[in-house]
Ligand binder design. Sequence first.
Ligand code: SIN
Length: 521
Amino acid sequence: MVQPKVLIIGAGLAAFALADRLYQQADVTIITKESIHDTNSKRAQGGIAAAISDDDDWQYHYQDTIHAGNDYNDTYMVEMLTKEGIEGVQELLQSGFPADRDEKGRLCLGMEGAHQNKRIIHAGGDQTGKFLMLHYQQKVLDKINVISHQMVVECLVKEDTCYGVITIDKNDQFHLHIADKVVLATGGCGALYETSSNDPTVTGDGFSIAYRAGAVIRDMEFIQFHPTMLASSMDGNALISEAVRGQGAKLVNQYKRPIMEKVHPFQDLAPRDVVARAITNEEMNGNHVFLDISNITDFNKTFPSITAICENSSIDWRSGYIPVTPGAHFIMGGIQTNENGETNIHQLFAIGEAACTGVHGANRLASNSLLEGLVFADRLAKRILSDPHSARHVPSVAYPKKRDSKKMYLPEKNLLKKYMKRYAGIERNEEGLLKMCNWLESFDLDFQASDLSRNGSREDMEWLHMLTTAWLITTSALKRTESRGAHYRTDFPTSDTKWHRVPIERFKTEVLSNKRLLINH
Ligand code: SIN
């Protein structure tokens, strides 16, 4: 029997969990812009949240998810995530996933910010992502096709139906991949910011590809900043897991004064946006912030990756203090999908961080993202396999031809990251967001793959994806004239209960044209 051809773009947990669910009945190909090891999932230190202990209940997990999400969550989706997550995690454990257990064989359940119960399943201490990726890769790698080092330029869409993708390789050659189903599992966009926990490859490509294809994008203003990145990290992207605060570490300034005591009833385990802003306030007052880990016994055994990260950056964790600063971590918005991963374009799907199901609201609860990857991969696989499969007519498509067109001028990478941190970061306001929009719009964003000039390259293409996603974030943040969850406007510091979705229009929005503020270099 002919099997449906499914292209999965991206190689994180959602991609591999989907491949695992599909490979027996579908011809699955994973396309990834670097190697299958360059993903955010592999870096996940925290774990997977699920109400699996006897004294927990999906309803408590549901409440915590909505509370962290500032009541902006889609409640139907949250119920699905928290209920189906229990089954998904139990199945994962039964399939041999080596979760951490105590000497009696009982699961060790961790605590993280804004959870009212211990419900975080982890592996290898702080290496859950690495263990999860290994688990799935061992299961499926010899059953699927993997194309590495090809970056998707655009989706082939005709009459609201997706037929495949165009990619560009390291030698700037285009490739055409035709498929029955295309799944964007491209992750988020943390690498658009100067300080980030994300893999450097995570540049928001999926949002740009989907937006150009005509997919609905939403809630891009909600960027979660993780409060505790290593402040003196050599590479600027080392995370110090919230699980460290879950084990009792406290945030203090250089005078050893606890900074969270008067800020929130949950103190150091308050929602991430609250903690990230408290640290930023300390920094704006000229202070430095540290995690006081002096009361955690056997720190190096409980957190082996974090110990190694500190040692690689010459931080003496034995002193009991680790310097920290917030960094971009996760985007709650993205490509709008329903509960089965469907977008508004036929045969184009999205899952994982690239998708916006509404499950995270305005701020994601810690350790809900790996869970989201598992639950929605399972739902999407069922959706894909439920389609009767027959050979379909593919409209004629051609490789884009390189031709002389406008020469693109692209800014330096670090400039974009610096400006995103400054103008579309933890705190935003109209003046900064307008400057950012105008700067972004000074580049030619409205390109097609075939607009790549003779000198255009894969590097240019990645840049254009980055600029496009930065534009989507900035214009969305400009339009939401309230503060909610991870989106904090200093000029509109409170939430407005009337607020709902902000529609994202096409490039060059009206709202920008009457007030032009320019960045002074
Ligand atoms: C962490 O370990 O602090 C990150 C986990 C998450 O973002 O869910």
